[in-house]
Design a protein around this ligand. Structure first.
Ligand code: MF3
Ligand code: CO
Length: 264
C-alpha cells in the first residue's frame, strides 16, 4: 500500500526534510581538501541533535553513522572515515533524519576543489536526471515514469544507471512502498495521487553499471572503479504539481532559534 499524507503531515515532512537540506548546505560549504568525511559526520550529527531531531540512518540495520559519505567509485552507503578528501575527489553526502515522527532523506554529490570536465558533466547530468524525475511527480502519472525519465537522460549523455539500489516511498518510516527504480518503461505500476511522498535517488556511473558491496558490508562501489554520482530529493505529489520537501529553505527549519538582529 502506498500511503497518502494529509496537508498537516506534509508540513511535518517539510520540516524534517528542511532540516536535512540545511545540514547538506552546511556540509557542502565545508567540503575541501584536507577535510575528512568523519569531520562532516560530526557536524551533521551535532546539527541534527541541536534541532531536536534524530539521525535516521544511525542504527538502521546496524549502520554506524549519521551520514553516508561515498567517495569517487563509491556509489552509496560509504561509512565516514578519517581519510582526508583530496582535490579532484567527488563525495556523495546522503543524510536522513526523523523529526516529529516523520522522515527526511536527501543526498548531494559535491566536487572537492577542481575536478575534470567529464566529472562535472557526471554531476550535472545526474542532478538533471533527478529534476526530470521530479517533473513526473504529477497526479495521474505512473510510478515507472520516474525511472524512465532518469534512464533516458542518463543514457543519452553516455552514462549508466545503477540497478541494485532504488528510491522509495517515505513517511513515518524511512523506506515505504513503492520502490522507485531509476530505469524502466513508462506508464507502468501504480498511478500517482496527491499526498504520495517519494525519495527519488538516481545513482549514475561514468563506466559500467555493475556494483558490489565491500567487506565493510555497507560501501557499494562500481565494479570497474569508475566514478559514481548520487542525488536525492524527497518529493510530494500535490494537486498543484511536484513539491520538493528537501529543498533548502531556512524558514521551514522551525525548531531553530530565530536569528536576532541588532540595529544601530
Ligand atoms: N538514502 C539511502 C536510502 O534511503 C540511505 C540509507 S543508508 C542506511 O536507502 F544506513 F540507512 F541504510
Ligand atoms: Co533514500
Amino acid at each position: 500500500m502506498i500511503t497518502r499524507k494529509s496537508p498537516q503531515e506534509l508540513e511535518l515532512m517539510r520540516r524534517a526534510n528542511g532540516l536535512v537540506a540545511s545540514v547538506l548546505a552546511e556540509l557542502r560549504r565545508l567540503v575541501a581538501p584536507g577535510v575528512s568525511t568523519l569531520d562532516l559526520d560530526a557536524v551533521a550529527e551535532r546539527m541534527v541533535l541541536d534541532a531536536g531531531a534524530a539521525p535516521a540512518f544511525k542504527g538502521y540495520h546496524g549502520y554506524p553513522s549519521t551520514l553516508c559519505a561515498s567517495v569517487n567509485e563509491a556509489v552509496v552507503h560509504g561509512i565516514p572515515s578519517a581519510t582526508a578528501l583530496v582535490e579532484g575527489d567527488i563525495v556523495s553526502l546522503d543524510m536522513g533524519v526523523v523529526l516529529d515522527r516523520f522522515y527526511g532523506d536527501s543526498a548531494i554529490t559535491v566536487p572537492v576543489g577542481h575536478v575534470p570536465d567529464r566529472t562535472t558533466d557526471l554531476l550535472r547530468v545526474t542532478r538533471e536526471s533527478l529534476n526530470l524525475a521530479i517533473e513526473q511527480m504529477r497526479v495521474g502519472g505512473h510510478v515507472s515514469d520516474i525511472g524512465h525519465a532518469v534512464q533516458r537522460h542518463v543514457e543519452a549523455n553516455g552514462f549508466a544507471v545503477v540497478r541494485e539500489f532504488v528510491g522509495h516511498g517515505i513517511g513515518v518510516t524511512l523506506h515505504e512502498e513503492p520502490q522507485i527504480p531509476n530505469y524502466g518503461e513508462p506508464g507502468r505500476g501504480p498511478v500517482l495521487a496527491a499526498g504520495m511522498v517519494f525519495a527519488i535517488e538516481p545513482m549514475v556511473t561514468m563506466g559500467g553499471a555493475a556494483v558490489k558491496v565491500l567487506g565493510d558490508r555497507w560501501t557499494a562501489v562500481t565494479c570497474d572503479g569508475s566514478l559514481a554520482a548520487h542525488f536525492e530529493h524527497t518529493v510530494a505529489v500535490t494537486d498543484s504539481g511536484p513539491l520538493v520537501l528537501s529543498q533548502m529553505a531556512a524558514e521551514v527549519v522551525a525548531t531553530r532559534e530565530p536569528v536576532s538582529v541588532t540595529h544601530g
